[in-house]
Design a protein around this ligand. Structure first.
Ligand code: DX5
Ligand code: ZN
Length: 211
């Protein structure tokens, strides 16, 4: 399994050295919140663009009107820009995919913990590069994994989605294998990694990669 650590649980006073401690990861996951779609705020481009990333990085945008942020993050060099299906209709999602891809960035769509995979139409499945399946309700790190997300992954694969499936929320070494078996390609890991001492994070990352 590939791993994309979320830096939401990092030490915000020492973000750069925290990034260094997770350099063996496959990717870095940036959770951007607007205080409206989710009842929390995190960080945005002014902070994120000044960091040096040891590996490629992606943005998971938890914000209403996601079109406002495409330029900011595409200019920052993200590999994937993922927004929530709950914040757009189908036509808007397809339009934003086009815009994101025209910038040379991969387009991702997220379904929140309470959302059925049926919210993603077959047109959306055909155009999305990535589906981010949330296994908690978006907004906070450290929540409990929702086991029904395993079936959401299976149902997206059964409908023929062949792009990347990423799982986000409450992922740990006890449930990662079930996600791999269901057809996920990559997991976001926040608290299960970032609440460990910096010196052991490399070893923990390896254990996820072996799952
Ligand atoms: C929640 C975020 C997640 C979360 C992951 O809104 O999208 O990326 O912080 O953290 P854990 O692994 O602690 O659930
Ligand atoms: Zn996330």
């Amino acid at each position: 399994m590939k791993i994309s650590p979320s830096i939401l649980d990092a030490n915000f006073g020492a973000l750069q050295s925290d990034l260094e401690s997770i350099k063996m990861a496959d990717r870095i996951h940036l959770d951007v919140m607007d205080g409206q779609y989710v009842p929390n705020l995190s960080f945005g481009p002014p902070v994120l663009k000044n960091l040096e990333y040891p590996v490629e990085y992606e943005v998971h945008l938890m914000a209403n009107n996601p079109e406002r942020f495409i330029d900011l993050f595409c200019d920052m060099g993200v590999m994937t820009f993922t927004f929530h299906i709950e914040t757009v209709d189908e036509a808007k999602a397809l339009e934003l995919f086009k815009e994101i891809k025209s910038r040379g960035v991969k387009a991702g769509i997220c379904i929140d913990g309470a959302t059925s995979p049926e919210a993603l139409s077959s047109k959306i499945l055909a155009e999305a590069d990535q589906i981010l399946v949330m296994s908690v309700q978006a907004g906070f790190g450290g929540q409990r994994f929702m086991t029904e997300s395993v079936n959401k992954i299976k149902s997206l694969r059964a409908r023929g989605f062949a792009g990347e499936i990423e799982v986000d929320g409450g992922v740990n070494l006890d449930n990662v294998k079930s996600l791999a078996d269901a057809g996920a390609d990559i997991v976001v890991v926040g608290s299960a990694l970032m609440r460990q001492a910096t010196e052991v994070r490399g070893e923990v990352i390896k254990l996820f990669q072996q799952a």
